[in-house]
Write a protein that binds this ligand. Sequence first.
Ligand code: ATP
Ligand code: MG
Ligand code: MG
Ligand code: MG
Length: 562
Amino acid sequence: MRQSTYLAQTLRDIPSDAEVKSHQLMLRAGLIRQSTSGVYSFLPIGLKVLKKVENIVREEMDKAGAQEMLLPSIQPSELWKASGRWEEYGAELMRIKDRHDREFALGPTHEEVITTIVRDDVRSYKKLPMTLYQIQTKFRDERRPRFGILRGREFLMKDAYSFDTSFEGLDESYQKMYSAYCNIFTRCELNYRAVVADSGAMGGKDTHEFMVLSTVGEDTIAYSDSSDFAANIEIAPVNVTYEKSSDQPKALGKMETPSKKTIEEVANFLSIAKEDCIKSMLFLVDEKPVLVLVRGDHQVNEVKIKHLFDARSVELAGEAETEKWLSTEAGYIGPVNVDDNITIIADKAVEVMVNAVCGANEQDAHFINVNPGRDFNVSNYADLRNIQEGDPSPDGKGTIKFKEGIEVGHVFKLGTKYSEALNAQFLDENGKTQPMVMGSYGIGVSRTVAAIIEEHHDENGIVWPISVAPFHIHLMPINVKQDEQRKLSEELYESLNNKRYEVLYDDRAERPGVKFKDADLFGLPLRITVGKKAEEGILEVKIRKTGEVLEVHRDNLLEIIE
Ligand code: ATP
Ligand code: MG
Ligand code: MG
Ligand code: MG
């Protein structure tokens, strides 16, 4: 590529609205340009990197036996209503209407769409297991888009979905994706950890996030310094607070009793909950104490009731137990038979919440028969709730350290949630109808690009790992007006291209200082400088990563760079 006509305009100054290094460098090196909040164009050099990451992802998905397809971004609201997520997903779901006033979502994820396709096309166990994936633009109206493409409102994701005939099968499909993810992030030269993540009602071990360790990460990871233990502390802490009142129901022991709330008080509570990320409250419904944990999830106009359950339905063995339960378990115990999050949109909040809570006291309503140990994993991560740095690791090996992480991937055992909601069944060996058992697996492809830059840069610019570098070589005549230099450069450009190296050829008539500065900013692994010694056929090869410089005769160049 000839740089003189290449759309890659570098910026000298650090753009004032770019807080983190990857964002600054992507703007300065001309990889991306902002269109509007959280929405970016990829310029040619940025797209090259995106494609490299995409191809690594594609190769590893294919190797794991997944089949690539492409699903639509425009998804009918009916599908989302069928799964319950039209309401549940809240303000993050981008919604549009067509000319007939029909409603659609711009896909933030594709469980609904893929499930209906597999439902209609797969009937027999003989076709299963099957894992399908796509690499496609996703839309999420993030409350706070920031850090450039790290948190965009339009971004590139790889999403995969597995369909199995049993939970054992799901375990296998999950493991394959997990291994593929390890390969992908290793090939991207990222320092990552797979951490236990929040799976709501599903229990702690059924989902992992792939976190790139980085100070700009928005998640905090608790990990052991001498074992594989690592978890997102998101799954742990919730501040349990409750209101003062006079009488004390027996089951709740020493705990202060909640008072009956008026609708206004509940509304007020919900608005507070919107500010803080997570809050909880006890109040009475039908004279029964009900603990509500509310979680505002980066969104302005909604709150999510993370877990709702009737205190009555948890077996409480006495005061000590009660307190323990409240202080250690309540934060992440999820009720079964209930969707993980119930999303409440602004003005409907009070009504919906009060209904939902009442429902908890009725037969066959959402929140019945919660059984710790059977329905969710109590022991596994109980110690995490108030975990601090320096505590012993829950697995008994080493002590806990904290680190920030960027979530670049997420693997998740869905079970039958979507197959049941959307009727995706198969006939088993005995001719019996069963729901398919699903998993879902995401990678933020564009976010990964930014994470790579966060990890691979220095004070002069990006330092691309070879696996994702937009070009391998930056070919740089110091003075293109000098015949010898230009001639030798042209020859090298041609022969390197013929050898299938990807070469960015700085054929601009710029001052050397400008060219070198740009080269450092672009951060290609090798720079080949053609200068005064061109007449003797001598070049300078500089390794961007180490700064090492070698003088090489043109005849030996290929040997050296291989
Ligand atoms: P986050 O916690 O950062 O909001 P998420 O848990 O909502 O992410 P998932 O639903 O797990 O995201 O989606 C799969 C992957 O898509 C994530 O692991 C992440 O790498 C990527 N991703 C999610 N949201 C964004 C975004 N707004 N911009 C860029 N990438 C994103
Ligand atoms: Mg999110
Ligand atoms: Mg997340
Ligand atoms: Mg996630």
